[in-house]
Ligand binder design. Structure first.
Ligand SMILES: N[C@@H](CCC(=O)N[C@@H](CS)C(=O)NCC(=O)O)C(=O)O
Length: 231
């Protein structure tokens, strides 16, 4: 059984979608990052960077438990464990890995900063908003071009798509019209309709539907002194 340490964010939903896609049973353990659960010592043992998602697989390699943090590493582990959604042939495997890395190193961090400066920062800083909005728009363009050449980011549907899709779900926050990026739109609609994706996104959906604006305590926990305490 997989214990999934989860909150209702794009990185969290990568793993519920993956578990649904590969049909692996999982037990959701909520880590309320707005309340500071991510700093509890027992969670830091599993996820030393105080971030969700993390997993503990009681049936890890050699039948022994294994814990993993970083969503990209978790997706690779689950793909390898089940032989699904990441091919073993070297070229195809690296098609998946490079688009997975593209999500982990570019889409996630840049969209995250764009969301932060556009929606969460206590002041509206024009330079930061423009910088990250422009970069986000550039990345939508990179994906659109790629998806004009292949059906899914790495050719076939894979963990690269599962990593990327949840970050694009709120394209309405990004001043992006899907009609500007028709290949991306085709990809987005196909993934959105997958039954496993619908099930994965239903996990704690009530909580996820809460307004994105943070109360002052959550703002402090995520972006203030609590975040930067030495632990
Ligand atoms: N690179 C990490 C990023 C994880 C991440 O940023 N998690 C956020 C939620 S999406 C979090 O747990 N934030 C809590 C905190 O920073 O205290 C991954 O992909 O797993």
């Amino acid at each position: 059984m997989i214990d999934l340490y989860f909150w209702t964010t794009p990185n969290g939903y990568k793993i519920t979608i993956m578990c649904e896609e590969i049909g692996l049973p999982y037990n959701v353990i909520p880590i309320n990052i707005r309340a500071g659960d991510q700093f509890k010592p027992e969670f830091l043992k599993i996820s030393p960077n105080n971030k969700i998602p993390a997993i503990v697989d009681s049936d890890g390699p050699g039948g022994k438990p294994i814990s993993i943090f970083e969503s990209g590493a978790i997706l690779m582990y689950l793909a390898e464990k089940t032989g699904k959604l990441m091919p073993s042939e070297t070229r195809k495997r690296y098609d998946v890995i490079q688009w997975l890395m593209f999500q982990m190193a570019s889409v996630g961090p840049m969209f995250g900063q764009a969301n932060h400066f556009r929606r969460q920062a206590p002041e509206q800083i024009k330079y930061a908003i423009e910088r990250y909005t422009n970069e986000m728009r550039r990345l939508y363009g990179v994906m659109d071009k790629r998806l004009g050449e292949v059906e899914y980011l790495a050719g076939d549907y894979s963990i690269a798509d599962i990593a990327t899709f949840p970050w694009t779900v709120r394209y309405d926050w990004h001043d992006i019209s899907l009609d500007e990026f028709p290949n991306f739109k085709r990809w987005f609609k196909a993934i959105e309709a997958r039954p496993a994706v619908v099930r994965g996104r239903a996990v704690m959906a009530e909580q996820a539907a809460q307004p994105p604006a943070y109360d002052p305590k959550a703002q402090e926990i995520l972006f203030g002194k609590t975040q930067y305490q030495k632990r």
